[in-house]
Design a protein around this ligand. Structure first.
Ligand SMILES: [Zn+2]
Ligand SMILES: [Zn+2]
Length: 663
C-alpha cells in the first residue's frame, strides 16, 4: 500500500458539479502539473437571500496556482464557463483552450470583468490535440449537446487515457449537421481507456434522448396555428433551439423581436461566428415591432426559468415597458425548469394565463428535449469507450448512483467505480483507482456586483432576519457595572405572543445576570481611574442570554443586536421593576468567580449559534459601535474559531435546502 502511494498517480479533483447540477469545475493533476477542465457557476437556491451566483470554493487552486498550466473548456454553458472571469481575478490561468463559440461567449464575460489581459484564449477545432504542461495531452472530440460547438475530451496522461465526456447526448441528426465523432471514441476504446468520467444528468431516464430536431414539428404546429403574436422563451444558450425558432419564424412569415440581454448577446455572437443563419431583415427592433400586425410577429425572450428580472417574468407582472400581454398571444415555454426553479416557472405561467394568453408548456407538448443523454445514450458511451474504471459526474447523488448501476449492467465491476463528492481526490494508476485525502471544497456566494462575497455568516444572518426577524436592544450600563436605565427593546418582523413589557423585562433580567455573573471577567482594573471594560463582551453575553431565553420561551430565533451605551461610573442604578412576576428561568449559578465549569453547564447552548451572530455583526459595523462604546475591545479572538467552525454547517444547510428544493 505504501509502495503504491509513492508511485506517481493521476489525481482528478472535482471542485464543483457533483451532488448538484452546476458550477462544474474539475482539476487534473500529475506531478507538478495542474490542468483545469471547465469552471462554471451555479444559481442560488431558496434561502440564499441577495445572492446572485454561486461559485465553488477555489482555495485549493489559489494555494497551488504556480502549478496551473492551463484550462480546457468543453462548451459554452454557464455551468461550465460562468466562473472563469471571476477566477481570473483570483489566480493565474496561463492559457485556456476551448471551442470557438464558448470562447467568444467567454470573451464577453472577461471584457465585462476587465480581465482580458489575464490569460491567452486558444480556439480549437475537432480532433485538435493540445498539450498542457509536461504530462497532459488533450484531444477535442466533437460531441452533440443542446449547445453548438461542444466537445468530449480524450486526456492522455502518463498512467493512461481518460475520457471526459463533458455534457452530451447522442444526436444523430444534429441541427447544425455536426455529428458526434463516435469513431474517435471507438478508437480510444480500442486502444484502452483507463477511466471514463461521464455526464449523469439523465441517468434516471430510460431510453434514448430524442434528437433536438424532434421539437421542430411541434413548435411549427403551435406557431403556424397562432392567431396573434407568438412569444417564445428558451435558454439563450440553447443555440440549436434558437436557430430552429428563427428558421420557423422565417417559414411562417413572422418578424423576430428579441428581448433580454443574454438573448441579444448570444444570438449576435452565434450569427457572427456562423452558428445561426438568419437574414438581417428577419429581426426588427422591439420598439418598431409593435407597428407590425400581430400575426407577423414573434417575440423571442429570456425568462424560461422564471428569473424575476428576465423579460417574460416582467411581462407576466405587467412591469415591462415595451410589451404587454394580449389575450390573442400564444406563449411557448420551450425549456424545462431546472430543479429549484419550478415554483417561479409555474407562478409565471399562472400569471400569464390569468392575463388571458394561451400558454404552451410542459412535457406532453413535445416543445422541449433535454441536451443530456438518457440511459441508452450513457450505455452507448460506455460501450464505445470500454473503460477499466468509471466515475459518474455532473449530477445529483441519486443520478450518480443510478449511472453507476448502468455501468455495472454493462460489465464494469462495482469495485472499479467511484462515487465521489466535490473536493474528493480520485487517484488513478495504470491498475488502480482510489480516493485520496480530500481538498477544501465548498461554496462562495457572490452578490449582484459579482465582486462582493456573501460569506456563510452573512447568509446565516439574512436567513435569520427573513425567518425570525430582528430584535434590537439598547442597554445603558455604567463603567462600574450597574444598569443605569431601563433597556429599550425594538422588534422588527418578530412574531411573538409576548408583549413589549415582558420583552423588556426579560432584557432587564439578562442584563442583570450578566452584570452579576460576568462583570468581573469583562472589566479589568488597569490601574487608571475607570476600569477597562470589554463592552463587546458585555453585548455578546447579553445577546446570548436573550437569544437563549427567547428560544426557550417563545421558540423563535430572531437576530439579536444589543447596543450598550456606557455611562460614567457612579451613575445611580436603575432598580428594575418592582411589579415584575418571578423569573421562571432556573437561577443561574455562576458563583462569585463566574465562568467556571458549572457556569458553562448552566448555559449549555451558549456556543451553538450566538457567537456567530455577534462576531459577524462586529465585523460589519464596527465603526459605529466602537464610537458608541468608546475604546471597546475588538471582536475577541476567542470568537474567531467558533465562527470558522460554523462555515461548514451553514454550507450544509444551504445544500440541504437545495436538495429539498430539487426533490
Ligand atoms: Zn451543457
Ligand atoms: Zn453542464
Amino acid at each position: 500500500m505504501t509502495n503504491q502511494a509513492k508511485q506517481p498517480c493521476l489525481k482528478v479533483i472535482p471542485l464543483g458539479g457533483l451532488h448538484e447540477i452546476g458550477k462544474n469545475t474539475c482539476v487534473f493533476e500529475y506531478g507538478d502539473d495542474i490542468m483545469l477542465v471547465d469552471a462554471g457557476l451555479a444559481f442560488p437556491s431558496d434561502g440564499m437571500h441577495g445572492v446572485n451566483v454561486v461559485m465553488p470554493d477555489t482555495s485549493y487552486l489559489r494555494e497551488n496556482q504556480k502549478r496551473i498550466r492551463g484550462m480546457i473548456v468543453t462548451h459554452g454553458h454557464e455551468d461550465h464557463i460562468g466562473g472563469i472571469a471571476h477566477h481570473l481575478k483570483n489566480f493565474n490561468i496561463p492559457v485556456i483552450h476551448g471551442p470557438r463559440l464558448a470562447l467568444a461567449m467567454l470573451t464577453g464575460k472577461m471584457e465585462e470583468a476587465g480581465v482580458m489581459d489575464r490569460t491567452i484564449l486558444q480556439t480549437v477545432a475537432p480532433r485538435d490535440v493540445v498539450k498542457v504542461g509536461q504530462h497532459f495531452s488533450v484531444e477535442f472530440i466533437r460531441n452533440t449537446h443542446s449547445m453548438a460547438d461542444s466537445f468530449s475530451l480524450a486526456i492522455t496522461t502518463p498512467v493512461g487515457t481518460v475520457i471526459f465526456t463533458g455534457d452530451f447526448k447522442f444526436d444523430h441528426t444534429p441541427v447544425d449537421g455536426e455529428t458526434f465523432d463516435m469513431a474517435r471514441l471507438a478508437h480510444y476504446g480500442e486502444q484502452g481507456v483507463l477511466c471514463l468520467f461521464s455526464d449523469s444528468t439523465n441517468s434516471e431516464v430510460p431510453g434514448f434522448c430524442p434528437p433536438e430536431r424532434s421539437v421542430f414539428p411541434c413548435l411549427d404546429r403551435h406557431i403556424s396555428q397562432a392567431e396573434g403574436r407568438v412569444i417564445i422563451t428558451t435558454f439563450a444558450s440553447s443555440i440549436h433551439r434558437v436557430a430552429m425558432i428563427l428558421e420557423l419564424a422565417l417559414k411562417n412569415g413572422r418578424k423576430v423581436g428579441l428581448l433580454g440581454r443574454s438573448m441579444l448577446n448570444v444570438i449576435a455572437k452565434a450569427r457572427e461566428l456562423g452558428y445561426m443563419r438568419a437574414p438581417d431583415d428577419l429581426f426588427v427592433p422591439i420598439k418598431q415591432i409593435r407597428d407590425l400586425p400581430d400575426r407577423e410577429t414573434l417575440l423571442l425572450m429570456t425568462g424560461s426559468q422564471g428569473e424575476p428580472l428576465a423579460a417574460l417574468s416582467r411581462i407576466s407582472r405587467g412591469e415591462h415597458p415595451q410589451v404587454q400581454v394580449k389575450t390573442s398571444d400564444t406563449i411557448i415555454f420551450s425549456a424545462s425548469p431546472i430543479p429549484g426553479n419550478t415554483i417561479s416557472v409555474v407562478n409565471t405561467i399562472d400569471r400569464l394565463m390569468m392575463l388571458g394568453a394561451k400558454v404552451v408548456y410542459g412535457k406532453g407538448e413535445g416543445i422541449h428535449v433535454s441536451g443530456h443523454g438518457f440511459q441508452e445514450d450513457q450505455k452507448l458511451m460506455l460501450a464505445l469507450t470500454k473503460p477499466k474504471f468509471f466515475v459518474p459526474v455532473h449530477g445529483e447523488h441519486r443520478m450518480l448512483v443510478c449511472h453507476s448501476k448502468t455501468a455495472q449492467s454493462m460489465g464494469v465491476p462495482g469495485e472499479n467505480i467511484l462515487i465521489i463528492d466535490n473536493g474528493d481526490v480520485v487517484e488513478l494508476t495504470a491498475d488502480s483507482i482510489g480516493k485520496g485525502e480530500p481538498v477544501k471544497a465548498g461554496i462562495e456566494l457572490l452578490d449582484a456586483s459579482r465582486n462582493g462575497i456573501v460569506d456563510a455568516r452573512v447568509l446565516k444572518e439574512r436567513q435569520q432576519l427573513a425567518e425570525d426577524g430582528v430584535i434590537t436592544m439598547l442597554a445603558v450600563i455604567s463603567t462600574d457595572g450597574v444598569m443605569a436605565a431601563p433597556p429599550r427593546v425594538n422588534l422588527r418582523g418578530v412574531v411573538t405572543t409576548a408583549d413589549a413589557r415582558k420583552l423588556s423585562l426579560w432584557a432587564e433580567r439578562e442584563i442583570t445576570w450578566v452584570l452579576e455573573n460576568r462583570w468581573q471577567q469583562l472589566s479589568r482594573n488597569s490601574g487608571g481611574k475607570a476600569p477597562d471594560v470589554d463592552w463587546m463582551g458585555v453585548q455578546r453575553e447579553i445577546e446570548i442570554g436573550l437569544q437563549r431565553r427567547l428560544r426557550r420561551e417563545l421558540q423563535v430565533e430572531p437576530l439579536i443586536i444589543c447596543l450598550v451605551q456606557p455611562a460614567p461610573g457612579g451613575t445611580p442604578a436603575y432598580k428594575g421593576r418592582a411589579d415584575a412576576e418571578p423569573d421562571t428561568r432556573p437561577a443561574p449559578r455562576g458563583g462569585r468567580h463566574g465562568g467556571g465549569r458549572d457556569d458553562r453547564r448552566d448555559r449549555p447552548e451558549r456556543a451553538d449559534r450566538a457567537p456567530r451572530v455577534v462576531e459577524a455583526r462586529a465585523e460589519q459595523q464596527p465603526r459605529r459601535e466602537l464610537a458608541a462604546v468608546g475604546a471597546a475591545a475588538p471582536a475577541s479572538a476567542a470568537a474567531a474559531p467558533a465562527a470558522k467552525a460554523e462555515e461548514p454547517e451553514v454550507e450544509g444547510r444551504t445544500r440541504r435546502r437545495r436538495s429539498a428544493a430539487a426533490g
